[in-house]
Design a protein around this ligand. Structure first.
Ligand code: TYD
Ligand code: MG
Length: 460
């Protein structure tokens, strides 16, 4: 056995033979900790020779367990794959324990025992939550309140659950290790144990992970590489809306989202998210543009809200919630140049209704329209939606899923849609489609006072 000292960045897992003040990989300061790498030179090496495709026996499909909660199943790509390890991450108090317990309640059966291990709550606290969620007292969900991995290991080897929930991975510790509880080394080691155990016993495991304020999973980012699926549960602190988002999925797509509302008796699914997001919308108010955003297979309509107001400080304020900061600034710069809208002397605020985060390029056009609408104090038509990517020259570029987005807009009662110029002519009954090559073409229609200026300054 040979032991080697190495320094590991507790944030991203970068390794160095020397201690470093700043991690060259993730830029974190003071994140290096000494760890010992043990090399076992006497190890017997057992291996299988490499195989060709036709020599590899296919496993009989992945078996999925749907929870019957469609907002949850959709995010996982159709249900929980047996033997998979799912990391459910979110800020404290967002509802992770509630979500996972509700899922457990749906999938539990006499042949499928669920073991819920809590390192942070006592058995009576767990019972209070279960009562609130109206989980049957006779249900085959078993609870254990313990955070010592040696104890958990003994229990699960003996109990043999089919689904295991670890709440939370940051609180489980191994007293044999010389590292403080909650340290990245502890988390990595315990996660490693559960992953191997899941594969060996073909048991699905939920690892609950707390995230820090800036969105990182407290402890090493490396946890995300180890597990099969990473899902984030998000929401604004003042709202009861919750969004489940898939960040990594070895067994399916990652672009689906699930929408829930946290009620007194647990989480309620929101299959008609657009209706909820648009419900508080006031018509004939400037600074609003409706965007049919594409989240996986589903189109969700959201309102892009903008407020432009004269700035009283030297540095104008910019607060963009739910949108990419650099992207919005770039669009504002294009607007300023093309339409002589003096954003640099104004404070600009953006918000996406429902607290959704939008990062697809198709949101550029509604961002631009909402900003002009607020600046000019001219409302956009209440029955219009906007789709399109903007180039720096003010050209509107095509984006994917245009027919799908239009169909959903029609279904929700919208009558006009502004889209990029596309080669194949589309006509969908019930809606007027405006195809525009340049932003100026739309500005001319919606903000007619701009007409003269835009002829002079834009590529009309
Ligand atoms: P919890 O699931 O404990 O959050 P996490 O595991 O992410 O820390 O729930 C968080 C909050 O939700 C808690 O403050 C109480 C509230 N809550 C409800 O509003 N309704 C419910 O049915 C439950 C169980 C919790
Ligand atoms: Mg919890």
């Amino acid at each position: 056995m040979k032991e080697k000292n190495i320094f590991i960045c507790q944030e991203c897992g970068y390794q160095s033979v020397r201690w470093l003040g700043k991690c060259p990989a993730c830029g974190q300061w003071n994140s290096f900790q000494l760890e010992q790498e043990t090399k076992n030179n006497d190890r017997q090496i057992v291996f299988e020779p490499p195989k060709k495709l036709d020599e590899i026996e296919k496993e009989v499909g992945e078996k999925r367990i749907p929870a019957g909660i469609s907002e949850f199943d959709r995010v996982l790509g159709g249900g929980i794959v047996s033997g998979s390890v799912i990391l459910l991450a979110g800020e404290p108090g967002i509802g992770k324990s509630t979500l996972v317990l509700s899922v457990a309640d749906k999938i539990v059966s006499s042949e499928r025992k669920v073991l819920y291990v809590s390192g942070e709550e006592s058995l009576s606290q767990l019972k209070i939550r279960a009562d609130r969620l109206k989980i049957k007292n006779t249900s085959d969900i078993y609870f254990l309140s313990n955070s010592d991995i040696e104890v958990i290991k003994t229990v699960i080897d003996d109990f043999k659950p089919q689904i295991l929930i670890i709440d939370s991975i940051q609180l489980i510790y191994n007293s044999q290790l010389d590292y403080s509880y909650g340290s990245s080394f502890q988390i990595r080691e315990t996660a490693h144990f559960f992953i191997e155990w899941a594969k060996k016993n073909n048991v699905s495991i939920f690892l609950i992970g707390h995230i820090t304020k800036d969105g990182a999973i407290a402890g090493p980012k490396t946890l995300e590489h180890l597990v099969d699926v990473v899902i984030y549960f998000e929401g604004e602190s003042m709202s009861n809306l919750r969004i489940l988002r898939n960040m990594k999925n070895r067994f399916g797509p990652t672009d689906e989202i699930g929408v829930f509302i946290m009620e007194q008796e647990g989480l309620c699914e929101v299959p008609e998210a657009s209706k909820l997001f648009l419900s508080s919308r006031k018509e004939n108010i400037s600074g609003s543009a409706i965007f049919p955003s594409q989240e996986g297979k589903r189109t969700i309509l959201v309102e892009i809200q903008c407020l432009v107001s004269p700035g009283y400080f030297n540095i104008p304020r910019r607060t963009f919630t739910g949108l990419d900061y650099n992207k919005v600034n770039l669009i504002l710069a294009v607007m300023e140049k093309k339409y002589k809208l003096n954003f640099s002397s104004h404070d600009v605020y953006f918000n996406v209704s429902g607290g959704l985060k939008i990062d697809e390029p198709a949101v550029d056009l509604p961002i631009a329209i909402a900003s002009i609408s607020s600046f000019k104090e001219i409302p956009t038509p209440a029955d219009a939606v906007f789709i399109g990517e903007l180039s720096l020259t003010g050209e509107i570029r095509p984006v994917p899923y245009i027919p799908l987005r239009i169909k959903e807009s029609v279904r929700l009662g919208f009558k006009k849609v502004f889209i990029p110029k596309i080669s194949d002519n589309i006509s969908i009954s019930g809606i007027k489609i405006f195809q525009a090559e340049y932003l100026g073409d739309i500005v001319k229609i919606l903000f007619p006072t701009e007409q003269k200026q835009s002829v002079k300054t834009s590529n009309l």
